[in-house]
Unconditional design. Structure first.
Length: 225
């Protein structure tokens, strides 16, 4: 189920497969270097967010094509019902939303019970304080820098204070979570996020929708270094 090489210290580029050409999924996965990048999967159910994407089948295909860490962001209601299928398909890290979970602590415990790493994602309108009770045990905190649902949105610069607050909370409490940002991330916006404290940088259109995706990914890697 799991890949053998898991970079757990930033900075990490995490291309979002949602922006790739699904007819050329193997090529999209091959772009990612397992020794330093992650593969990010945006799963949406058209209920929690206004879009419908894909399920475990695509994650299973990606696992056949790559040994990179597969980072699955579950933007869905009742995520606990799909944790095991995604883990069995090859997900290494499962991120859920407290806004979608009646009992986030139980859902995070269920993630860990599958053997996956556990992440929590905050929508732009959800303050860090709303998640503080769960932060100490997280592997990943995802700060959304757009409203979740669709790629190609403009970066919300007013989310940078939340990234800084997450970094400061982590330092004060000795927490271990990596800070991930997702939404409008590009070589132009990533350095601001890095300065604020981000460790993992999800980029969809700025990688896969460029004329030369390999060159675009290298530009992102350079920007976050």
């Amino acid at each position: 189920m799991s890949s053998s090489i898991h970079p757990l210290r930033g900075p990490i580029a995490a291309p979002s497969i949602l922006s790739a050409d699904f007819a050329r999924l193997a090529e999209a996965a091959a772009l990612v270097d397992p020794a330093r990048d992650w593969l990010h999967c945006d799963v949406m159910d058209n209920h929690f967010v206004p879009n419908l994407t894909f399920g475990p089948l695509i994650v299973r295909a990606l696992r056949q094509f790559s040994t990179a860490l597969i980072d699955v962001h579950l933007m869905i209601e009742k995520p606990e019902t799909l944790l095991k299928p995604f883990r069995e398909a090859g997900a290494d890290l499962l991120t859920v939303h407290p806004e979608a979970c009646p009992d986030p602590a139980a859902t995070l415990a269920a993630v860990r019970a599958t053997g996956a790493r556990a992440g929590l994602s905050l929508k732009p309108g959800t303050p860090l304080t709303a998640a503080e009770r769960w932060l100490e045990d997280l592997d990943l905190l995802l700060v959304m820098t757009v409203e979740p649902g669709f790629g190609g949105q403009a970066f919300m610069r007013d989310m940078l204070p939340k990234v800084r607050a997450a970094r400061e909370w982590r330092a004060r409490h000795g927490a271990r979570y990596l800070i991930e940002v997702d939404g409008g991330i590009s070589p132009a916006t990533a350095p601001e996020c890095r300065e604020a404290g981000a460790d993992v940088f999800v980029a969809g259109n700025s990688v896969y929708r460029q004329p030369d995706p390999a060159r675009a990914l290298e530009a992102l890697r350079a920007a976050i270094r």
